[in-house]
Design a protein around this ligand. Sequence first.
Ligand SMILES: Cc1cc2nc3c(=O)[nH]c(=O)nc-3n(C[C@H](O)[C@H](O)[C@H](O)COP(=O)(O)OP(=O)(O)OC[C@H]3O[C@@H](n4cnc5c(N)ncnc54)[C@H](O)[C@@H]3O)c2cc1C
Ligand SMILES: *[C@@H]1O[C@H](CO)[C@@H](O)[C@H](O)[C@H]1NC(C)=O
Ligand SMILES: *[C@@H]1O[C@H](CO)[C@@H](O)[C@H](O)[C@H]1NC(C)=O
Ligand SMILES: *[C@@H]1O[C@H](CO)[C@@H](O)[C@H](O)[C@H]1NC(C)=O
Ligand SMILES: *[C@@H]1O[C@H](CO)[C@@H](O)[C@H](O)[C@H]1NC(C)=O
Ligand SMILES: *[C@@H]1O[C@H](CO)[C@@H](O)[C@H](O)[C@H]1NC(C)=O
Length: 598
Amino acid sequence: MTSSLRWCAFLLSLVSLGRAIILTQNDASLVSSTKYDFVIVGGGTAGNVIANRLTENPKFKVLLLEAGPSDAGQLELQIPFLCTHTTPNTAWDWNYTTVPQAALNGVSISYPRGHVLGGSSSINCLVYTRGSKEDFDRYADVTGDKGWSWDNMLPYFKKSERFTPPADGHNTTGQFDPSVHGFNGRVGVSLPGAATAIDGRANAAFDQLGGEFQRTLDYNSGSPVGFGWSQAVIGGSKRSSSSTAYLAPQYLQRSNLHVLVNSKVSRILQTDTAGGLPVFRSVEFNLNGAASSTKVTASKELILSAGSLNTPQILLNSGIGSSSTLKSLHIKPLVDLPDVGENMGDHPIITLAWTVNSTQTYDDFNRNTTLQNQEIQRWKQTGQGVFVNGIAQHIGFVRVPDTSPIFSKVGDPAPGPGSPHFEIFLSNFLLGTTPPTGNFLSISSIMLTPTARGNVKLNSTNLFGAPIIDPQLLTGSTDVPLLREAVKSTLRLVSASAWNGYILAPVDGQPTATATDAELDMFISGSARSAYHVVGTSSMTPKNAKTGVVDPDLKVKKVGGLRIVDASVLPFVPAGHTQAATYALAERAADLIKADHS
Ligand SMILES: Cc1cc2nc3c(=O)[nH]c(=O)nc-3n(C[C@H](O)[C@H](O)[C@H](O)COP(=O)(O)OP(=O)(O)OC[C@H]3O[C@@H](n4cnc5c(N)ncnc54)[C@H](O)[C@@H]3O)c2cc1C
Ligand SMILES: *[C@@H]1O[C@H](CO)[C@@H](O)[C@H](O)[C@H]1NC(C)=O
Ligand SMILES: *[C@@H]1O[C@H](CO)[C@@H](O)[C@H](O)[C@H]1NC(C)=O
Ligand SMILES: *[C@@H]1O[C@H](CO)[C@@H](O)[C@H](O)[C@H]1NC(C)=O
Ligand SMILES: *[C@@H]1O[C@H](CO)[C@@H](O)[C@H](O)[C@H]1NC(C)=O
Ligand SMILES: *[C@@H]1O[C@H](CO)[C@@H](O)[C@H](O)[C@H]1NC(C)=O
C-alpha cells in the first residue's frame, strides 16, 4: 500500500471504531511519526489515570500503550455480577500461574491479571476498600515522604471517586459516611443495587454477636474495623473501570492523547545520559503480535504502569535489576537494582460455604445459562436486578486482640492499633466453583497483614513470555495463625441465631466450630488461594536508600527519565483490596509529574 492509501485505511478504521482515538490499525506509522512528551506503558488501573490527567494540559502529547485489546462492548466486563466469569484463561487475562506454593500443599495456583484496556480494573471483582489510615502513614514513614500519609491521600481518594446512588435507588442514609467520599471524580462507587435474601439475617447476626462483628458506618474512613454494606466500583448498574472512567469518550477525544491497544512492550531503551545517570525514554513494542518491533521515544518521561508482575519483567528485560542475575540470563546489566521483582506482598483468601434453606441465592445465575441470558436481557433493558450487584453484600474488618499469643514472639504485623488483621465478606452464593445443584451462603476471609515476601523473575528460556511468579503465600510466621483466626471468626459469625432455619450444613470437608488448630491449618493449606492483591515488586524507599526500586516521587533509582506508577510501588499490601489505593496513588503521581514539567 502507498502511504496515502494506508492513511485512508487508518482513518476508516477510526470511523468504524466509534471510539476515535483508540488506534488499532496494522500500521504504527502515525505513532512513529508523532513526537510524544510522555509515553505510558500499560493502559491499566493506574496507567489510564496518568493518561487522563496529563492530557488535561493541552501542551502535553501522550501515548498510552496497552498489550491487551479494547474493552469496548464486552458485556462480561460491564456486568458487575459476571466478574467471576472474566478470568481465568479468558481473552482478557494474562493467564499466569504461580510456581508451586509450599504452604498450599505444593499447588501452583492461577494468578490472573487484566490483559485489556482498563487492566485488572476491567476484570476484578469490583470491591472498593481503601485500607487503613495507618497503612498510608506507614507508607509515609518508610519513604520519608509525608505526601503518602492518609491525610494527604484522602483528597486523592476523593478526587478519583464519584459516589453514585445504587441501581435500585434505595435510601442510603446510614449506610455510608458521605464526608469521606468524593462525588465529582471519575470512578463510580456504589452500595449494593439489589437487596438479597441474606441482608436482614447478616445485619441481625452482626447485632446479636456485637464485639468483633460490631457495625461501622463506613469502613473507608481510614478506620476500617467493623462491618458495613459493601461498596463496589459501580456507576449506576455498570462496572466502572479505569477505562470506562478515565478513558471515557470525552477524554479519548482529546487530540493530545493516543491510545494504542494490542501493543505489547518488550523493553525500554537508554536514550542518553544526564547528570551521570543513564536516561531511559524509549520503548520497543510489538503491534498486533508483529515479529518486528516499533520504537517510540518520549521527550519528557516514560512511565511504566504495567502492574506488579509485568513492570519488573520489563525492567529486567531492559537490563535494570540485579546485575549478577541479569548476567546469568545473558542480559547486559545497565543499572544494578537488586530489588526489582523482590519484596512481593499479596493477600491470601479462604472461602467457607454452607448449604442453605432458600431458593433465593444467586448460584443458579452462575450455572444456568438460560437464566443467565434472561438476567442479562433484564440488566440491558432495565439496569436492574441481580446482575447490578458484585460478589459481596456485606464486608467487615476485624482486629485480633493485642494480647493474642500470635504476636508474643514477633510482634504485630499490622501498621498500627487501628488496623485490622483480616477481612470477612458475605456472598449470597458459593464464591468459587459452582456445584451442579444446591443453594449456598459463602463467607470469604482475607488475611490482610502478610509478612511473607515473594518475587517475580524472568523465565530463562522465555524471557518475554510469562514471568516466574512466586508469591510465597502464607509463609510468613504470623500468616497461617492470623488466617486461622479469620476462619474461627467466620465460624463464630454463622453461630448467631439469626441464621437459624437458614444455614443447613457446612459443605463437605469444611471444619466446624469444634475443629482443632491442626485441623484448621490443614483446611487452610488445602483451600487458601490468592486474593490477587499483589504489590511491592518495585517498592518505594527513601531517596538515596540502598534498597528499593523507586524514590518517593516514583522515579526509578539510578536512572533518569523513568517513573513507575502502578501497584508495584507499594511496599506493603494495604488492609484492603488494592484498586482504591492504586487509583489514589496514580492521582497523586499525576500531580507529581505535572509539577516537574510545569
Ligand atoms: C481477578 C482479580 C480480582 C481482583 N479483585 C479486586 C477487587 O475486587 N477489588 C480491588 O480493589 N482489587 C481487586 N484486584 C486487584 C486490583 O485489580 C489490582 O491491584 C489493580 O487493578 C492493579 O492496578 P495496576 O495499575 O497496578 O495494574 P493493572 O490494572 O493490571 O494494569 C496493568 C496494565 O498493563 C498492561 N501491560 C502489562 N504488560 C504490558 C506490556 N508488556 N506492554 C503493554 N502493556 C502491558 C496490562 O495488560 C494491564 O492493562 C483484583 C485483581 C484480580 C486480578
Ligand atoms: C489467555 O487464554 C485465553 C483462552 O485460551 C486466550 O484467548 C488469551 O489470548 C490468553 N491470553 C494471553 C495474553 O495470551
Ligand atoms: C432516608 O432515611 C433517613 C433516615 O432513615 C430519613 O431521615 C430520610 O428522610 C430518608 N430520605 C428519603 C429521601 O426518604
Ligand atoms: C434454567 O433456568 C430456566 C429459566 O429460568 C429454567 O426454565 C430452567 O428450568 C433452568 N434449568 C435448570 C436445569 O434448572
Ligand atoms: C519457561 O518457559 C519454558 C518455555 O516456554 C516453559 O516450558 C517452562 O515451563 C517455563 N518455566 C516456568 C517455570 O514457567
Ligand atoms: C426452611 O424454611 C422454612 C420456612 O421458610 C421452614 O418452615 C423450615 O423449617 C426450614 N427448614 C429447615 C431444615 O430449617
